[in-house]
Design a protein around this ligand. Structure first.
Ligand SMILES: [Zn+2]
Length: 124
């Protein structure tokens, strides 16, 4: 089945972000693809690729940006979600104008640099 053009455009946009982060961190960039996944996307270490699910767009542009940054940090070789991971993720989010509030591994809120709430995790 052919990919939708819009998915390819989304992939290109997210690829630029991953390229920027990997280049600044002196690591080889990972190939990004946006996919119609049921569950989570991830960084695949064996192939050095990142998958981002299409459903992330349903949570707004900041959520997609965070998701992409999150997987890019894994592509730098940090596979856990501990202090070093969060430090790098927070650093890169700030570069893109966002401040995270964490619940364990993942963000539960994203604010702009001047304190405006951009994303709140839905209650399940
Ligand atoms: Zn992760």
């Amino acid at each position: 089945m052919r990919k939708l053009v819009t998915d390819i455009e989304k992939s290109a946009e997210q690829q630029k972000i991953v390229d920027q982060i990997c280049k600044a961190e002196n690591k080889p960039s990972a190939k990004v693809s946006v996919k119609n996944l049921r569950r989570r996307g991830r960084y695949h270490g064996r192939t050095h690729t990142i998958s981002i699910p299409l459903w992330t767009w349903g949570y707004g542009p900041e959520y997609v940006l965070w998701y992409t940054i999150h997987e890019a940090i894994h592509a730098l070789g940090i596979m856990d979600h501990r202090t070093d991971f969060k430090r790098k993720e927070t650093f890169w989010m700030k570069k893109f104008g966002m401040v995270p509030t964490y619940a364990k591994a993942y963000v539960k809120k994203i604010h702009s640099l001047n304190g405006e709430c951009l994303y709140t995790r839905p209650k399940y």
